[in-house]
Design a protein around this ligand. Structure first.
Ligand SMILES: [Zn+2]
Length: 295
């Protein structure tokens, strides 16, 4: 145990050294990436406050904002300078996924605010539904985002590892209590966390083995199946593949109605600025038109 702790500490120190060493290159590539997206898809990307609800970052595409807005938005929490390029690349990749889906005429939004404070899924509290809605979207889509970022720019991997390590450690320190939630919520959140832990272990060769916490539980087995759904879908074959993956996760969790999409045809998409604010996902509110990373 002592050795493993020492090994982990050494690995973290080494990744931090690498992230600092490559900060200049990482910062430049993210600036270039943003310019490329702006040129290719035609909207500026603006950094502004979006009300992150404590998440590390949020991205909101132009199509999920009100009619006056003519830009994509990103909101990042302050962090160590050597981690920032990786956070920016992550949020920019969310924007890219939405731009590609839009360009193909198959972009979707989640339905706008629910009209009552009742969960649309039997057996779940409204708050539980909100959390599952958010994690049920973020976990699979973040796998797509992070795997794409690390393959495209290996230089960002050390910073990504440090962020993932911090995220998984926070999860480990705040376990979900079976006594304080419904069985459906407990099983589903634990399975999503297990899948996310397995993604981190498989992506970075993590000596802390975050999946170990879940391995011997039914939710761990379910989490493993979720992760396998990701690996069999990646790289995505279609521009709406990230929505389909989120739906596949929801179905595997036994919550096929979790994501209620606003289906849009191409002409509706072009005119969508006159509509309501339709959402991607957020930390806890089901339809606040934001994507969040972190918890
Ligand atoms: Zn994300």
């Amino acid at each position: 145990m002592k050795n493993s702790f020492k090994e982990t500490k050494q690995m973290l120190a080494e990744q931090e050294r690498l992230a600092k060493e490559h900060l200049g290159e990482s910062s430049r590539l993210v600036v270039d990436y943003q310019s490329q997206l702006e040129r290719e898809f035609g909207y500026p990307i603006v950094y502004q406050s979006l009300g992150r609800n404590g998440a590390a970052g949020t991205a909101r595409s132009v199509w999920d904002q009100n009619s006056a807005c003519q830009h994509h938005s990103i909101d990042l929490a302050p962090d160590y300078p050597w981690l920032e390029p990786a956070h920016r690349a992550h949020e920019l990749m969310h924007i890219e996924l939405e731009c590609r889906a839009h360009a193909a005429g198959i972009r979707k939004s989640h339905v706008a605010k629910l009209s009552s404070r009742t969960s649309p899924i039997a057996g779940l509290e409204f708050q539980e539904y909100g959390e599952l809605f958010s994690h049920g979207y973020n976990v699979p889509v973040d796998m797509v985002v992070d795997r794409t970022v690390m393959e495209r720019w290996p230089v960002l991997r050390p910073a990504m590892f440090l962020s993932a390590f911090r995220f998984q450690t926070a999860n480990r320190k705040s376990p979900v209590s079976r006594l304080l939630c419904s069985p459906k919520f407990f099983d589903s959140i634990r399975a999503l966390r297990a899948a996310s832990a397995l993604f981190t272990d498989c992506s970075y060769g993590n000596p802390s083995n975050f999946f170990r916490t879940y391995r011997h539980f039914p939710e761990g087995k379910l989490g493993q199946r979720l992760y396998e759904r990701f690996t069999s879908s990646y790289p995505l074959k279609e521009s709406d593949g990230h929505y389909k993956l989120a739906d596949a996760f929801a179905e595997a969790l036994g919550l096929p109605e979790l994501h209620q999409w606003h289906a849009q045809t191409r002409s509706e998409l072009i005119n969508s600025h006159s509509g309501e604010i339709a959402g991607d996902s957020s930390k806890s509110v089901p339809s606040s038109a934001a994507h969040s990373i972190g918890e």
